[in-house]
Design a protein around this ligand. Sequence first.
Ligand code: ASP
Length: 587
Amino acid sequence: MSNAYRSHACGDLRRTDAGTEVLLSGFVAAHRDHGGLVFLDLRDRSGLVQVVIDPTIAPEVHGTRVESVVRVAGVVVERAAGTVNPKIATGEVEVRATLVAVLSPADALPFQLDDENVDEALRIRHRALDLRRSDMTARLATRAHVTRIMRRYLEDRGFWDLETPVLTKSTPEGARDFLVPARLHPGAFYALPQSPQLFKQLYMMAGFERYYQIARCFRDEAQRADRQLEFTQLDIEMAFVERDEILELVEGLYARIWQETKGIELPVPFPRISWHDAIARYGTDKPDLRFAMEISDVTDAVRSSAFGVFAGAAAAGGVVRALACPGAASLSRKELDELMQFAKDWGGKGLAYLLLDAGEVRSPIAKFLTPAEIDGLREATGAAEGDAIFLAADSEAIVTRVLGALRPHLAQRFSLVDEAAYAFAFVVDFPLFQWDEDGKRWAAEHHMFTAPKREHEHLLATDPGAVLSEAYDFVCNGLEVASGSLRIHRADVQQTVFDTVGFSAEDAEARFGFLLRALRLGAPPHGGIAPGLDRTVMLLEHTENIRDVIAFPKIAGGFDPLTDAPTGVDATQLSDLGLALGPSKKA
Ligand code: ASP
């Protein structure tokens, strides 16, 4: 690495380097002025090393502020026995400076790098400083490591890294588009891609067979802790492929990422769970599998119960489902009330419970249940002494929602979650459509280009709700990491799906004519998947804040404290675009 700035990296120096003359450059991480001697901790990307300076050779070091950038020439020496610092890799040595130059002095800092309580907007405003924090540097290093592994893995398997346009036409993922006015076509707009979906399919129709791209996607949606207006996904598409090859590809990739970045051997194969089972057993299509606590259906066990809520739900075609929570018999009255409220907040009418406490069954509803019914509930849920059985009775959709939310909530409360664990799984066999109650129509569950299962194609026209698709999700610890599907590769099937979601042939032609034209010219069977890069790094780095793994993120309201974007523009820019601002509409 020898040049005018450095012969060595700060963090690499060891006892074996004693006696070596070195040239180092970096940031002043710490500055201790003892008058006759000044001690600097000098930091570059590799780590830091202590530098000892006699200020007579460079008087300006007395006033050099931390985070200034300096160049030091000197000699590596072993530290005396009592002054070794075991906390840093270079702690057995220090550098005695012979020449020091301040390359770029720093002002007083807006915050200290070791201060954990700095307002996030201020941190992002000074992001070049903030990213010097060791944890932030480590997260971005992991991010770069992950994309390096992704590229190598896919390149080794014959994938081509190909780009897709950013100025394009509204894409089909169903969120709100970001629009860009087209100056040369007044009144017309480009859309930023919500994903490269249709372009990657066109690549397959072009015969390229294996495509990937680390692609930026844009969705104008409310930001959340795990969602940004722009995010990155590893976009993958393959032709002449079967579903399981795509799942195995991703499984191998994630096993490699965890192995190479963290030294963790993930147990492969990851479980494959049908969507139907995931909903029934975990109440969600992104189950957290770090703990068991499965939901059981007890509708039949309580169908003729004297407890009207159970019998009523069963008679109305609804369900009664239960969760046994280990250790929950000890819950206080107040905590039980809070759980009732929790169920209501999730749209339920409430929650029934049985506490299996010291040989007794404590419950406001025990008097309505026969011993045989109670035994039936114990058996169905596998509840043991000391556990609580929680029951919800309602329509299947509401019971699923309530118990699906209650399960991770209870797991947290009773510390059933191994926070260091990674429980990956594939959820497969999603329904092709879901009923949109507001619009009173069928909508695509994944997107409109997802293939129905072959054996269900004949149901498309008559019973859309029964059609299963070739869509799959890749989940970990209750988070969706990727979704994908095999795609429709025939224009007639595509048109039937458009018909089902209420797109006339003209609408379909106007919005997706470019895809239909290609489909009519011969399309290989194909499919793909798109793992989220940001979420992958969040999992590796155990952070719940997506902004911690993005170098330059936006905060609430899509605001960027670094550049102050979004900003107003000049009147001439607007008139060039043929635009005029109307009365402002508060989001
Ligand atoms: N385009 C999909 C998404 O962004 C992924 C896929 O189907 O490959 O979620």
